[in-house]
Design a protein around this ligand. Structure first.
Ligand code: SF4
Length: 698
């Protein structure tokens, strides 16, 4: 009975980057109900995941004791008995498991050197845990080979933003759409992936705002849009350059803004002249008139915003895609004022915070480069004499390649699931099976934990207190409502104990002490104290003082770059890494769906969500199904150059006839068996959004 509860605890939804604030009603050690409260991002709203997706934390599959791989276990792999998934592990005490984890990592460090060990942290953890994790690898093993799922999400967006704007975070909160006249939403499907943000977009359209949706899938937001541009997959640069060509040729750009706040315009103008709408139209599949109308609408708006998602970032030209969006906003002066700005919609609830906290191989906390001697000196001081390696570290897919080649022999993986989330996942699974020593810290026996030597049972969002930062740059407090089950522990405590065992002099007694240390190197946290967060629940950074709620819009008076100017970086049209051919004639694109979250480890154990979407599925256009002779609900086999899966097919007119959409949450039809690991050269993000595929009736 959800009305029968002992206490109420305020926290933050653990799923998407919107960061909705919630109130959890608790009876004993169980959460019985979750409701939205008045957070700055959600104003009381929640989507189906936030409202009904919490009972996974009480699921019987939770890890409640440390586990160690049995000596007589067969070779590592996913082929465990589903009726007895624990069969290759035995229970251990915490001392035994932590000693085994530490000794294994230390032995590799002593024998092969520190670079034989790498780490994946998690955007599902708090800021303090992300900070501790990157420090654990950098201080404990003397290198920067530590990364997390931002690499698979918005790494290319961040690369483009850092390069051209000087900051990787959004320039305006999504709620600023209330002040806009025009908004572009490109390569994002907010009604499914950022549902509460989508409610603001719909209200914007209802009050007369012009919504322009651009996406290879004719997704639900089109019903609210003034224009729906269903362009050909992988042709983002062609479409965006054509729009900017119109703005340049018709002199619709904001000359005053360009002169005052940017650099590189003249080279950019000369470059963009080649991308005429008539030439680009055939490539991207959008007619010239629509390109011209959209260009004029955006350029003539008084205030306009651009939102994007992984449809933009997850390409080998993801950084170029984001460069185009930045140039488009700069051309028209649509940055730095209310109702204007650039907003890459963040995926996981704390991917902004984990990135800010330095869980990235190239940068320390607050995006301070490891190549800068002054930055290294600062951290050497704060971290009591630790030498920071000056070479940027390896990224997620690069680390897995080194594991496959036997150069990295040990890993510590906290809350990530590369055995499901990496592209060409068979390759990642083979790599994980080869590791001499794998320590996995998680709340379930994930696919990745199947390959572990030591499993450390960790805590879910409602079982610990810490700070998290959402897509809007809002730092919020997630509070403990219930204790972790059995012997499971809070992640920061496990990290501290493991660090001490590998010889680090960590003496944190509380996440607050970690937060205070973070403030010593992170200017973004200036004026943000733990006490203030406890009292106010959320503070947007940057904030100018204790009573300033923080800046919803930034860069009104210049950019954190040389001479305060943002930069135009021209982008060329490049094809996807592989194109359809006779053997693989269609295009596969992957993503999420409303009810399931990423690799499914949490939402497939949430009873309501799993009841709504219980089965692996893909979406095909009805005409494609007819050609295949498959009824909606029938089975199809999807095959790419990397592998094959069988999955139930749905009829969906939103998908073009030569495309198939496959969510990546289902282990029984793991989308990443099919995906292409080709990387964007700047953001090092894989091309999840485009593979050549063959579809057959089963
Ligand atoms: Fe949670 Fe995102 Fe839904 Fe809000 S919109 S309830 S943060 S999943």
């Amino acid at each position: 009975d959800s009305a029968d509860f002992d206490r109420e605890v305020k926290s933050v939804c653990p799923f998407c980057g919107v960061g909705c604030q919630v109130s959890m009603k608790v009876k004993g050690d169980r959460i019985v109900n979750v409701e939205g409260i008045n957070g700055p991002a959600n104003e009381g709203r929640l989507c189906v995941k936030g409202r009904f997706g919490f009972d996974y934390i009480h699921h019987p599959h939770r890890l409640t004791k440390p586990m160690i791989r049995r000596k007589d276990a067969p070779e590592k792999g996913l082929n465990v008995d589903p009726a007895n998934p624990w069969t290759h592990f035995r229970e251990a005490t915490w001392d035994e498991a932590l000693d085994a984890a530490a000794h294994g990592l230390q032995d590799l460090r002593s024998y092969y050197g520190g670079t034989s060990v790498a780490g994946f942290g998690s955007a599902k953890c708090t800021n303090e845990e992300a900070y501790l994790f990157q420090k654990f690898i950098r201080q404990g093993f003397g290198h920067n080979n530590v990364d997390h799922c931002t690499r698979l999400c918005h790494a290319s967006s961040v690369a483009a933003l850092m390069e051209n704007v000087g900051s990787g975070a959004v320039t305006a909160t999504f709620n600023e759409i209330e002040n806009a006249d025009v908004a572009i939403v490109i390569g994002a499907n907010p009604t499914e992936n950022h549902p509460v943000a989508a409610t603001y977009f719909k209200q914007f359209a209802k009050r007369g705002g012009k919504l322009i949706v651009m996406d290879p899938r004719a997704q639900a937001l089109r019903r609210h849009a003034a224009h729906m541009l269903q362009f050909r997959p992988g042709t983002d640069v062609a479409l965006l350059n054509a729009i900017m060509n119109v703005i340049v040729e018709e002199k619709l750009y904001d000359r005053q803004y360009i002169e005052g706040f940017t650099e590189g315009f003249f080279e950019f103008r000369d470059h963009i002249r080649a991308f005429t709408p008539d030439r680009m139209s055939e490539l991207c599949g959008i007619d010239e008139d629509t390109i011209r109308t959209v260009a004029r609408t955006f350029a003539r708006a008084e205030r306009a915003m651009i939102f994007w998602g992984m449809g933009v970032s997850q390409h080998i030209h993801g950084t170029d895609n984001a460069r185009c969006l930045i140039s488009l906003a700069l051309l028209c002066g649509h940055i730095g004022r209310p109702g204007t700005g650039l907003h890459p919609l963040r995926g996981q609830n704390n991917v902004q915070g984990a990135s800010d906290a330095g869980l990235i191989p190239q940068v320390l906390p607050d995006y301070q480069s490891v190549t800068d001697p002054e930055v290294r000196a600062l951290f050497k001081h704060i971290w009591r004499g630790t030498e920071i390696q000056a070479t940027p570290g390896l990224t997620v897919v690069e680390i897995m390649d080194r594991v496959y080649r036997g150069e990295i022999k040990g890993m510590y993986i906290l809350g990530e699931n590369p055995a499901m989330s990496d592209p060409d996942v068979d390759h990642a699974r083979k790599a994980l099976a080869q590791l001499d020593h794998l320590v996995v810290q998680d709340i379930f026996l994930t696919e990745t934990a199947n390959y572990a030597d030591v499993i450390l049972p960790a805590s879910a969002f409602a079982e610990k207190t810490g700070t998290v930062t959402n897509t809007n740059r809002q730092v919020q407090v997630a509070r403990q409502a219930v204790p972790p089950p059995g012997e499971a522990r809070e992640d920061w405590e496990i990290l501290v104990d493991l660090a001490r065992r590998i010889g680090l002099d960590w003496d944190y007694d509380d996440p607050r002490e970690v937060f205070d240390e973070m403030k010593m190197s992170m200017r973004s946290l200036h004026h943000i104290t733990w006490k203030r967060l406890e009292e106010q629940n959320a503070v947007t950074y940057p904030t100018s003082g204790p009573n300033d709620p923080g800046a919803a819009v930034v860069f009104g008076d210049g950019f954190p770059r040389r001479a305060g100017r943002a930069k135009f970086t021209p982008a060329r049209v490049t094809p996807p890494a592989e194109l359809p051919d006779e053997r693989f004639p269609m295009i596969l694109t992957t993503g999420r769906q409303l009810e399931h979250w990423h690799t499914g480890s949490m939402t497939r154990r949430a009873s309501v969500l799993d009841a709504v979407e219980p089965e692996a599925n893909c979406s095909l256009h009805p005409s494609t199904l007819r050609k295949l002779g498959v009824e909606p609900g029938g089975k199809v086999r999807l095959t790419t150059r990397r592998g094959s899966v069988e999955v139930m097919a749905r009829a969906d007119r939103a998908v073009a006839p030569d495309m198939v959409f496959l969510p990546f949450a289902y282990v029984e039809a793991a989308a990443n068996i099919l995906t292409n690991p080709a990387l964007d050269p700047f953001g090092k993000i894989p091309e999840f959004k485009y593979s050549a595929v063959r579809v057959e009736k089963v």
